[in-house]
Design a protein around this ligand. Structure first.
Ligand code: ATP
Ligand code: MG
Length: 637
């Protein structure tokens, strides 16, 4: 849901948490590797191809020495030189380079496959981690910011896997190979190389440290910008209603500026790296040539060695500058990967429940046995101490005992709430806005757990029941009903996936949604888009009631299900609802007293406490708050 933006300027709001400390890059890399490690054989092939290409590079260059010394220099001064041997050597060298180029193409192509598959796994993990998160997490994180983990962050990650890692390996191998060959050719010149290497590493490290910090900041800012955009798309109507376009633009501008700033910082550090490295490598080349020439003049070295060595100097600095060129993407990928893994590692919703919901068969003596058949009887399967199971029939008896609850510490929302709903009873909650009505239902289906007191369902403490099973046994029509992209039929079927078309229509009729659905252009096959944007608020609620109805649960929770419906439709729905409610335990929250009048018990809530309870008649007779509400002396809202 969109967060109210009103006066909240940039730098405020739930998505602007404290700046995270730089984390462990090594750990992130290892974890990334574990994703590509799943494709062992392909990876093995990649490593072999990388070895071939690095080897070809090193070997090809080494050929320069014999070619110059043994095949070229002897020809100098000859009248009719025989070039055939020389050309054969050149062809051999070309062949080696070609093999190198082909393997390089090969491993890059394979890496592309590996990386897209690894990314698929990352996305799957990310999405399933998200499905396991408690509701509280979504209450406290901007949705756009979460989205950006799926978009920017995975994108940068793909980049590093497909090109960063193979380059890293091939550069590493080339460096080793080249270094060994240099040592073989000339230990003296190699000392010069080591000296230059030290300087280069120092530069990379110094600049890398600074830009790493800014890259992390950049990913974070990008998340903020995306979060803001998403909020504004969701809240576009409100923006227009209050003509806040200019203010919104200003707020966006501020966020955008700060993204621009961090991006500039990040890239400017990384970008100066390239020219510096380039210049250093030219310097290196020149120095090597000069020292080599001096050594040759002094008779310590031959021309072929200088030629090959010079070529190696280039091969030596190339991987280093390649890595530094990719520094940008490596750093932002690492920052992105950290954010992805942080979400994957987010504490999942804990569920210590062991009691499950099963279909059961009840014999004449009332004995329950588990069955795979689709019966109308459900049972709680409770493990006992001796390893066997006990079955308790699901009836829909819900009791709250001395429940105290707060969303945040020190801010008690519900205080000492006790109530019971016997199977088939209808319990209504009324009370002013913010009194805690929705909160009670949030506790019954364990979106949140109680801090004190207990809630039992058919005598079983709900914290012992597996959350999924508990929720399966309850149907809820939420205050902010959400519809998914899909047909009307799909949306109703969401309540029970194996419902037949006939059952769906029946549920729609029960909820009185059938009539309006038939008036839609394609009836039940009409596509709904963007949370049912093409329907009225009331129609959306009717659909969500139908969705709850099709689930056919023993307990039904309706949160202001009728508040957006006109009086005439409401009367119609009431009839349908009576059918829907028959034989079920129902908790209903309504702002209209007409909908709660026929409840078995009405709880009047105020500031998280039940201040009155009883049925309609007795509450009226008491002449308390309910009486005031009912007789219109106080508005409910
Ligand atoms: N996720 C949350 N985190 C923190 N506080 C919350 C959260 N949800 C609700 N609250 C607070 O809990 C109190 C009760 O909210 P609740 O939604 O239960 O009210 P309600 O009785 O359903 O009101 P309404 O009639 O407006 O729907 C409010 O003061 C609200 O600010
Ligand atoms: Mg509410």
């Amino acid at each position: 849901m969109a967060k109210p933006m009103g006066s909240s300027g940039p730098g405020r709001g739930p998505m602007r948490g404290p700046v995270r400390k730089p984390k462990d890059a090594k750990k992130t890399v290892l974890r990334m590797l574990s994703y590509i490690g799943k494709q062992k054989w392909l990876l093995f092939l990649v490593v072999i191809l990388i070895c071939i290409s690095a080897l070809a590079d090193v070997a090809g260059t080494y050929f320069l020495k014999p070619i110059i010394n043994d095949y070229l220099i002897p020809l100098i001064g000859q009248k009719e030189p025989d070039l055939s041997a020389f050309i054969a050597m050149l062809c051999l060298m070309g062949g080696i380079y070609l093999a190198g180029a082909l393997s390089s193409y090969g491993y890059n192509r394979i890496m592309l496959n590996i990386s897209t598959r690894a990314l698929k796994d990352v996305r799957t993990d990310l999405f399933s981690a998200m499905q396991k998160l408690p509701i509280k997490f979504f209450d406290t994180h901007a949705h756009g910011e979460l989205m950006s983990r799926f978009t920017n962050d995975t994108d940068t990650l793909r980049e590093i896997i497909s090109s960063g890692i193979p380059h890293f390996i091939s550069s590493g191998l080339s460096l080793i190979g080249v270094f060994v060959m240099m040592l073989v050719l000339s230990p003296t010149l190699t000392i010069l190389v080591l000296f230059m290497l030290a300087i280069m590493l120092f530069v990379v490290k110094t600049i890398g440290k600074r830009s790493g910090y800014y890259f992390k900041a950049q990913q974070k800012e990008l998340g903020r910008v995306n979060g803001y955009i998403e909020e504004m798309i969701e809240g576009q109507k409100i923006v227009k209603v209050f003509s806040r376009e200019d203010q919104v633009k200003d707020e966006f501008e501020a966020l955008n500026n700060s993204l621009c700033q961090t991006a500039t910082n990040a890239h400017s550090f990384a970008n100066i790296l390239m020219p510096i490295m380039g210049n250093l490598s030219y310097l290196h080349y020149a120095l090597t040539a000069a020292v080599g020439a001096l050594l040759a003049i002094a008779g310590y070295m031959d021309v072929g060695t200088i030629g090959a060595f010079l070529q190696y100097t280039r091969s030596f600095s190339r991987p280093i500058s390649q890595i530094s060129q990719q520094f940008n993407s490596i750093l932002s990928a690492l920052a992105g990967a950290e954010r992805i893994f942080a979400l994957i590692d987010e504490e999942p919703e804990v569920d210590e429940g062991t009691v499950t919901l099963v279909r059961a068969h009840k014999d004449a003596t009332g004995l329950l046995t588990e069955t795979a058949d689709s019966t109308n009887c459900w049972a709680w399967k409770c493990p006992t101490d001796n390893g066997s199971f006990e079955y308790v029939e699901v009836k829909g008896d819900v009791r709250l005992e001395n429940v105290t609850f707060s969303y945040e510490e020190n801010k008690v929302i519900l205080q000492d709430i006790s109530l019971y709903a016997k199977p088939g009873q209808k319990i209504a909650f009324v009370g002013s806005t913010g009194a805690g009505k929705t909160t009670i239902t949030n506790l019954i289906n364990r979106f949140y757990d109680v801090q004190e007191g207990s809630i039992t369902y058919d005598g079983i403490p709900i914290k012992n029941i597996k959350k999924a099973d508990l929720r399966h046994s309850l149907s809820m029509v939420l205050q902010d009903a959400h519809l998914f992209t899909g047909t009307v039929r799909d949306n109703i079927r969401y309540g029970r996936l194996d419902a037949t078309d006939a059952e769906i229509e029946e549920a729609a009729k029960l909820a009185n949604a059938h009539n309006f659905i038939m008036h839609l252009p394609k009836g039940y096959d009409t596509m709904l888009t963007g949370d049912g944007g093409n329907l009225s608020q009331g129609q959306r609620q009717l659909l969500s009631i139908a969705r709850a109805a099709v689930a056919d649960p023993p307990v039904l929770i309706l949160d202001e299900a009728t508040s957006s419906i006109d009086t005439r439709t409401e009367a119609l729905i009431e009839k349908g609802m009576d059918k829907l409610m028959a034989g079920r335990t129902v908790f209903v929250i309504a702002h209209r007293l007409s909908t709660v009048r026929n409840s078995n018990a009405i709880m009047v809530l105020e500031h998280g406490k039940i201040i009155e309870r009883g049925d309609h008649e007795s509450l009226l007779a008491d002449q308390g708050k309910y009486y005031q509400l009912y007789t219109g002396m106080f508005e409910l809202e």
